[in-house]
Design a protein around this ligand. Sequence first.
Ligand code: ZN
Length: 154
Amino acid sequence: MSQRSSAGSSGLPSRSSQVGVPCRCWCGGEIRTYTSKTEENPCRRFYRCVVGVKEKKEKHMFRWVDDAVLEEIRMVESKQNQLLEDLKKMVTNNVELQKEMVKEMEEKMEKNMIEIIRQELMVAKESMEKSNKQRICVLFVLAVSMAWLYKKMI
Ligand SMILES: [Zn+2]
């Protein structure tokens, strides 16, 4: 799960796109938590880039811990919802796919059956023709021999 969440930003995280609990600053610097000592936010915890602590003029990662945690929770929630939606879609798609497969199989089986019946009919027809020819042959031989015998008798 943690690997998936960082997917898409293979390099260093950009300044704006990163939400939730920061892992690293855009400069690559490590993120540590500090406690605010200002009057507006006394004792409020915040994340700060270790480089940013020294280089105060540069805009390094800064985020209040409570804000980040809230963002993180919302992200996880939306991800869960997304996962649920995906799962629902997958299940529906699966059912649709199965229906399609069954239909396809039925069609194939029907075609196969028709083909088999057609072949059987062909074979039956051929054998009938063959046996007819044989019968004609037999009849012909019989007729010839009868005629020969008849001639001999006369
Ligand atoms: Zn930094």
